[in-house]
Design a protein around this ligand. Structure first.
Ligand code: ADP
Ligand code: MG
Length: 242
């Protein structure tokens, strides 16, 4: 579903990604972890071409993001992205947040967009809040609306960039619960997170990044079950986080 091939990227003279390759199959849940500044956010943003790459290629459902003629807005609309800071439109109500891109990008009729949006809002347990504005919701609720908004676009895969790291601790669980449910329903997911409980519970694979490189890319069982076989950097990281 997502095929990352020998991707390198520079910000000016600074090489932020070096020869990163991995692929994520349909229905697979992959957790990406690693120290701050190791390139996790940059890598995940390259997948839907929010950040351009200078070398390599990425294919999403077989379609290259770098090929001439690729319709990037169309491709982006098919890959849901959830960020650390929710990024809801503050001046729009929950239902307007849920329907805007469906109407503008997918060209859905308003009532169909509303139906789909409310169904997803119900799924994340927030139907009763449909007429509120983001500022009237807790951080955990805002993030669940952001997930519902992404799901309303019928994505073929979901990308998460530290979706719980800006939340107060008591709200982390409600967002992880939604993500666990999605994983169990077979959604293809690439999740940057340091929630190792989530990784142990639902991920199939764990990628560990350090200094712009993919240092580990192995099954969850190997990552957590055989620490002796891991790189020094991954061992050090795990010893601090677990
Ligand atoms: P992570 O998500 O793992 O913390 P990032 O992908 O955000 O790492 O950043 C990787 C490196 O790239 C960091 O050293 C960061 O300072 C640098 N970086 C990120 N975004 C930019 C940018 N827009 N311009 C220049 N450097 C950047
Ligand atoms: Mg980051």
């Amino acid at each position: 579903m997502i095929d990352i091939q020998n991707v390198s990227k520079w910000y000016g003279n600074f090489q932020v990604l070096t020869d990163c390759s991995t692929s994520i199959k349909k229905g697979e849940v992959v957790v990406v972890c690693g120290p701050s500044g190791s390139g996790k956010s940059t890598l995940i943003k390259t997948v839907n071409a929010l950040e351009p790459i200078q070398q390599g290629d990425i294919r999403v459902d077989g379609q290259s993001i770098t090929a001439a003629g690729t319709n990037l807005p169309r491709l982006r609309s098919r890959v849901g992205m959830v960020f650390q800071n929710f990024e809801l439109f503050p001046h729009l109500s929950v239902t307007e947040n849920l329907t805007l891109a469906q109407i503008k990008v997918l060209g859905r009729p308003k009532d169909e967009a509303m139906q789909r949006g409310l169904k997803m809002l119900d799924r994340v347990g927030l139907l009763a809040h449909k007429d509120k504005f983001p500022g009237q919701l807790s951080g955990g609720q805002q993030q669940r609306v952001a997930i519902a908004r992404a799901l309303s676009m019928d994505p073929i895969a979901m990308l998460f960039d530290e979706p719980t790291s800006a939340l107060d601790p008591e709200m982390v669980g409600e967002v992880l619960d939604v993500m666990v449910q999605l994983a169990h329903e077979g959604m293809t997911m690439m999740c940057v997170t340091h929630e190792m409980g989530f990784a142990k519970k639902v991920s199939h694979r764990v990628i560990f990044m350090d200094a712009g490189r993919i240092v580990e890319d192995c099954s969850k069982d190997d990552f957590f079950g055989h620490p002796e076989a891991r790189s020094l950097r991954a061992k050090d990281f795990l010893s601090k986080i677990l």
